[in-house]
Write a protein that binds this ligand. Sequence first.
Ligand code: MV4
Length: 455
Amino acid sequence: MFKKVFIPNRGEIALRIIRSCKELGLTSIIGYSEGDKNSLPVQLADEKICIGPPSPGESYLNIPSIVSAMEITGAEAVHPGYGFLSENIPFVEICEASRIIFIGPTAENIKLMGDKSLARKTVKKNKVPVIPGYEENDYEKAFAHAKKIGFPVIIKASAGGGGRGMRIVNSPEEFKKMWETCQEEAKISFGEEKVYLEKFLERPRHIEIQILCDGKGKILVFPERDCSIQRRHQKLIEESPSPFVDEKLRKKLYRYAYRVARGINYKNAGTVEFLVNSDRIPYFIEMNTRIQVEHPITELVTGIDLVKSQILIAEGEKLKINQEDIRINCHAIECRINAEDPENDFIPSPGKIKKLILPGGPGIRIDTHIYEGYVVPPYYDSLVMKLITYGKTREEAIERMIRALNETVIEGIKTTIPLYKEIFSHPIFLSGRYSVGWLEKYLLSKNKKNQEVKK
Ligand code: MV4
């Protein structure tokens, strides 16, 4: 049993973790940077300690500083949130070698899934389908495989993930150049040149399964989240259940996610990502070994508090929930509202929130750390609010989203709210027949039209 939880994170997720700590009667300690000293999580945590200057490398990623802060404050456990140290193997190993309990998976789990080509090999051994491809970092053999499976293919950095360090190759002539460029970029970005190969799927959907494992044999799988509305590999809208997934496909996704978890003796919360082609065939692509930004839609659909569950698992509790208790009780949609200007190539728009009016009423959840007078700092990612709506049906969740977007007033900074108002009235979104490339195509066609108007 632990009483004091350290949170070396910021923004809405730091606040989300503080709230679960309070409900469980635990003391929350926030480790914050100088750039966040006036933030809401710093005001609401039970204890606070500065861990360094605004730049993430000197604060939220500064392991010596965070370990010292945990010593000084007598923290017994650490919840890393997402980003920053959440999948940092050396940090988790330090926790495992000391008296600090890491609220998350084991270092071994993170290692296995962080190496994306090793993850592919591992899940294949557990009878989980992967996209036709080749895992070895061997040019000649990879080229032979590419010709066999047919172009286009995609080359991915093994240490990448989430769309970083990928190259699409349309013909055999381009293959050598692309392979080399991808390796060079991987070396620069991730310190490791290893790459792997997959057949490139046209217009897939990005569908993911939340899992929760207590490390004592119980593995729970949750209704899917559809995260196909993305821009530059950043998810903008997520919904659950997916309008594209039927009961037969859901059963398959559950079975595969379960096999991934069991195959690596996974512990705590995680997410198994799939690409699903237009024939509704799912393929494993990667696994995220952390709580994710979009976890609230799963909480609303199932009524299960995932962050609280993470803490209880870390305390060594057996999961009390059974798989039969996990049902689809409603439809939920999340918009990630960013401090960015959607009319100006999404350039970041930090600054002071001069006026703030939040929506309310039935079917709305808001996860945000902003308040009137708060200054959005320029040093970090631009997520300022997660607007989540839910209803008996997808239509009701959408109606509530439109109402909530119209009620919201955020003045002083630009936000992505105007873009969401467009998306929620677009026939393709409303029909549910979108895939991963749709949003960027829509934005391109909108830009073209605007340029014609200017001419
Ligand atoms: C793919 C793919 C097509 N085929 N893999 C992007 C995020 C990461 N999780 C996996 N991603 C993709 N992997 C295969 N074998 C398509 C994507 C993808 C994508 C690719 C190029 C441009 C935009 C994209 C948007 C979403 C997903």
